[in-house]
Design a protein. Sequence first.
Lengths: 841, 114
Amino acid sequence: MTRTLVVVGNGMVGHRLVQALRDRDTEHGWRVVVVAEEGRPAYDRVALSSYVDTWEPTALSLPGAEFTEDGAVELRLGDPVTSIDRAARTVTTAAGHVQSYDALVLATGSYPFVPPVPGHDLPGCFVYRTIDDLDAIRAAAERARSRRHAGRLAGMVVGGGLLGLEAANALRGMGLSPQIVEMAPRLMPIQVDDGGGGLLRRLVEKLGLTVHVGASTDSITADDDRLLAKLSNGVELDLDVVVFSAGVRPRDNLARESDLAVGPRGGIVVDDGCRTSDEHVYAIGECANLDGRVYGLVAPGYAMAEVVADRLLGGSAVFPGADTSTKLKLLGVDVASFGDAHATAEGALEVVLNDPVAGSYSKVVVSDDASTLLGGVLVGDVANYDTLRALTGEKLPAEAVQLIMPAGSESAGIGVGSLPNSAQICTCNAVTKGTLIEAITSGAATTVPALKACTNAGTGCGSCVNTLKQLLSTCGVEQSKAICEHFPQSRAELFEVVQITGIRTFTELIAKHGSGRGCDLCKPAVASILASLESGHILDGEQATLQDTNDHFLANLQRNGTYSVIPRIPGGEITPEKLLAIAEVARDFGLYTKITGAQRIDMFGATVEQLPLIWRRLVDAGFESGHAYGKALRTVKSCVGTTWCRYGVQDSVSLAVELELRYRGLRSPHKLKSAVSGCARECAEARGKDFGVIATEQGWNLYVGGNGGFRPRHADLLVSDVDTETLIRLIDRFLMFYIRTADRLQRTATWIEAMDGGLDHLREVIVDDSLGICAELEAAMAAHVANYSDEWRGVLEDPDKLARFTSFVNAPGTPDPMVSFREERGQRVPVLIGVPEVASR
Amino acid sequence: MTMMQETGLTVVCAYDRLQPERGVAALLPNGEQAAVFRTHDGELYAIGNIDPFSGAAVLSRGIVGDRSGVPVVASPIYKQAFDLRTGMCLDDPSVSVRVYEVRQVDGMVWVGSP
């Protein structure tokens, strides 16, 4: 049986309730009727002030707020509920509609408090709560502007809290001079203390706002077509607009009129399940009074919405309590407060660091014995906020004053190392320091990306990423540039060792400069270095044992133990005859084919013993290895350029082919991708590549350090309008410098980011030759180009190497019984016979 | 396949066919697959070839080395290291692959169930 839920109010919290209920009500137990006063569907009221940037209401839209696809939700907007009949379980709207309910949720929010100042209701006086309010303020400002031709328009904001400062900024955005009047002795009296308020005031005044604190408004009177306000401090203000933002009050009148319990200072009294004194009626958000508190923040409102959704579906969720810590940027000023910011606990002590010169104010509140952190206020510099909030309620790890020393100062003692294990480092995903330490010390994560992947920390707002780095460093992880337990050197250092000593075998290198027998980290790294410094085949002698399976079999290992094969198709240009050759190979060996994102064709499902047979056919048809398996140059993608395109300005295909043939087979710390676009329309997506070239009327622009993948990044412009010869010389230098100095598996983007001096330094080295190494880099590339040979052909021509391509050493030719296929959309795909016995990763 | 009657071992290849620190796969008479390794010091090891994390028969194609002195092979699929002596996965000690007996007799390598 479907019951009816009536939700009164369609603000952010009411909307969240409907969403949460609809997400979970899979049995269709509830039909939902939303009755609301505002005429538009729920919108992002927290971001209301950003409305003045665009004056576009849809910019504040909440996704799915219209429920147009959901037959179980009915929105009745613009017709407020005027009464509740609890005995009959019905509500009546202003238009006279009567709606019955099985459960009723009041999410009526709050209303702006307007102090009873004489003249508060004159034309030109507004509140700051809805999109309609802002439209009205804007219309009044426009009218005033049209009446006056000289002088600036002026607006008064009554209330210097969070919302008042936002309103003042909105007025500023409309071209009015804002005057803020705050009764308390400081701005933002709820969040900050006198010291923080004083600094905030100075910072705000620098922006052209006028602040009157400790003052109230005595009267507002009409003065021709303007308004005149008299303040309690004797100041008189000529004004065009007045905005009241002196706090909000819970909108509990419906509850009062229907005899539901309300708090002494307002708010509909609810229990921890958000139920009012009537078991069929709930209240959530800013109209609710829970444990004697009314919350004016959206997060606790959302938590209440979740509780009620759960209760309506038979659950027993309770309100988990609310973190009222805030950190925000107001008018460009960072402000944060957390915990017992006003030292209300008995005997609480305040430790303050006030630096008006640097523009920062920090205060921590500690227990009477100075042992426990209770709360604090930060203005201007909020760098310590995340750590301090994590530490709130915990034992102090250092002297209190050290907690608020600016970062970088010598005595700054609050390293993350001093936090207790229970402290939450990532508050978005509730990850504690203990969990992170566990992940680091167990070896599961030794980098920030790995830490993010295995704990989820830092994947929300990202503000704790620096703390993650510090944690790694306290655990002794980050400092080490060692490749692995066998080599203390970084890859760049090892490259130099190999280059200078002339050592050319792994066994000699590890004996003289490392320890043990190596592993899957250092062996491929050394193999790559050796490949960069000499020109033999990568499977020659001992080198073969260093290669990762992909390099060892010159193909890409897939999940069922078979490999995929990608021949080189330079620049993505291919003749019909060659396309036919690929098609015939794929058909004859039963390979699954797919077009790759790099303008090539991938053939999947080849077994080890099939690989040389496949290469033989491909090599005979004029193909060579595409190095899709290697940490090497993959492809140089291109658009068709001037040859065909009406818009092209250079021949992008010819350049792409030239570049791909020049750098094919080049081994590097990680894979290398490139592209050439024939005009600024960038159809080849060159800026998503390690080195990308975009044609200009005058020549070529070279971009470096782009990539797609896990963390996409656009490449940065290195040089513009260079000719082809200069372009190739610069790419030669760029690639060789990267190959010699990057870390293992470091793409060009992170290599440049990690470089001291970044892109500017890179430009100095490879364009201006500041280190005097460019001739050597060019010579190294010339040697690579001269010595290139196809790796597939190298295997086909060497019986010893060919002998390794067998399924079983004692039964060559017997296929691996674990490999099996089924058909999908006309092609063969793997059947996993060997279902994994255990979950991986 | 040649079998040693009394031990149940199977000859898989000549010792010299094994490149140090590079494995080969061997098919046993009962249909099982062994990954056979010769380490840098000449020692022979044989463990199950099927990677328990992926179900693919690939351990013979992993990189051989050591972890803190323990001889290991790293699965080429997801890189977990397996102790060549015991078959235990060092990254997840609850997981292991079986170990086969392996012997060198007259220059030939024999593998079988212990």
